[in-house]
Design a protein around this ligand. Structure first.
Ligand SMILES: C[S@@+](CC[C@H](N)C(=O)[O-])C[C@H]1O[C@@H](n2cnc3c(N)ncnc32)[C@H](O)[C@@H]1O
Length: 412
């Protein structure tokens, strides 16, 4: 076989080398890379190629495990696995080993993309080990097919898989048993439950149940109206606000400075930073979704020097950078702390350059994608910041996702 032959349908015998970003594993065959799902490093497998667009790599899934890794376990979800229900692509791996693999991905991304040499520890959320990392999702998206069957999509497809249970969902969602009901003329069902016991679901965007969810985290209450972002794992808000506050405590915060909470959602970080460091905190939460900004305004209403602004981060920072050029009416940004928690794609070059122009004393970057984080860290380190601390959390057990929080301090 060579590069000019399309390998789709070929059953290859492969030895798996290492994990790659995105929940897949790397093997080599006949001079090409084969990305294989549902396997483990060190395993010998037979795998069928399902995608080959030419070039240096193709994609395959296992048909037979010839030599299994000692870290392979029976998948907890019968309908998952190769070409099965999506969303539990690490479910065949012992939980502790899943975290090592996530650490491998983060370590490699930091080294390759930002030149950072660091072996992160991926920490479990409290209580997860006791329940094998199940029952944590407070938000679940299900799809409905033409026959009315409700379930997750089959991986790499838009086919709905009939499942009997949703083992990653919290008890309150599992008890609703949407997956055992039949819906006609519906496409999508989104379910969310709050830590204070409310249940909300949307059937093709039509809201049912509680109109607003009330959440508690790190000593504060937050309301979230339909569509607003809230962290998925039931312990995520506590874990992430704890990490952010710990990093801020280690560096210190100037409560008078022009502190910012970028991609602020309903005000989670602003509220919990104020709860820890004082209600006199000056901070602006910047969020592009109007409904979430309205929630943030209410959630932060008791904090006299806090503001929630509805704006794209890029546009907001543009104005701040413009003000610097004019001598600036706003409080000095040089002493400020900026927390940012962007979507999966990361902050990107434009926002990173704006941050460098503002040059705050401390940047706390909350990231849900290790590669996007590493890509954004590189120019920040080159621009005069030092990586003071980095913590990583397993807030999506049985998937490849990993959350990281990085603390960057201006060197001079
Ligand atoms: C990962 S969530 C974090 C929200 C919040 N920090 C939290 O933990 O609850 C990212 C948030 O950024 C918002 N967002 C997405 N793109 C944005 C942009 N360009 N500017 C400002 N906010 C944005 C989303 O609506 C979402 O609320």
């Amino acid at each position: 076989m060579n590069k000019t032959t399309n390998w789709v349908g070929q059953n290859l015998t492969l030895t798996i080398d290492k994990v790659a970003h995105g929940g897949i594993f790397v093997a080599r065959h006949d001079g090409r890379v084969v990305f294989v799902s549902h396997v483990l490093p060190g395993e010998k497998v037979k795998a069928v190629v399902y995608e080959d667009r030419g070039g240096s790599f193709c994609r395959a899934e296992p048909t037979e495990i010839l030599e299994a890794s000692p870290d392979r376990v029976k998948h907890f979800w019968k309908q998952a696995g190769p070409s099965g229900a999506g969303g539990a692509e690490f479910g065949h791996i012992a939980l502790a080993r899943q975290r090592e693999l996530k650490a491998d991905v983060l370590e490699e991304a930091l080294d390759r993309m930002a030149g950072i040499k660091l072996r992160p520890v991926v920490e479990a959320a409290p209580g997860d080990d006791e329940v094998n990392g199940l029952g944590y999702r407070t938000r679940v998206q299900l799809h409905v097919d033409e026959a009315g069957t409700v379930g997750p999509y089959r991986e790499r497809s838009h086919d709905v898989v009939k499942v009997r249970d949703l083992p990653l969902a919290v008890e309150e969602i599992r008890e609703l048993e949407f997956q055992n009901k039949n819906f006609q003329d519906v496409k999508k069902i989104e379910v969310a439950v709050s830590s204070t016991g409310q249940v909300q679901w949307k059937i093709d965007k039509k809201l049912k149940g509680d109109e607003r969810l009330i959440e508690r985290a790190s000593g504060r209450t937050f309301r979230i109206s339909g569509g607003g972002f809230w962290q998925v794992h039931k312990k995520a808000a506590e874990v992430l606000t704890g990490a952010v506050n710990e990093m801020i405590a280690a560096v210190g915060i100037d409560l008078e400075a022009d502190n910012l909470d970028l991609y602020g959602g309903v005000g989670l970080f602003t509220g919990t930073i104020a709860a820890k460091f004082g209600k006199e905190l000056r901070m602006t939460s910047v969020e592009s979704f109007k409904v979430a900004t309205e929630d943030a305004t209410l959630n932060l209403a008791d904090l006299p020097r806090v503001k929630a602004v509805c704006s794209a981060t890029e546009r907001f920072l543009n104005e701040r950078v413009g003000n610097l050029d004019k001598g600036g009416k706003v409080a000095s940004p040089r002493n400020s702390t900026i927390v940012l928690d962007p979507p999966r794609a990361g902050a990107g070059a434009k926002v990173v350059n704006q941050l460098l122009a503002i040059s705050p004393a401390h940047i706390v970057y909350v990231a849900c994608d290790p590669v996007a984080l590493a890509r954004d860290l590189k120019p920040l380190l080159a621009g005069g910041y030092e990586l003071k601390a980095l913590r990583a959390f397993d807030l999506f057990p049985h998937t490849h996702h990993v959350e990281a929080v990085a603390s960057l301090v201006r060197k001079n």
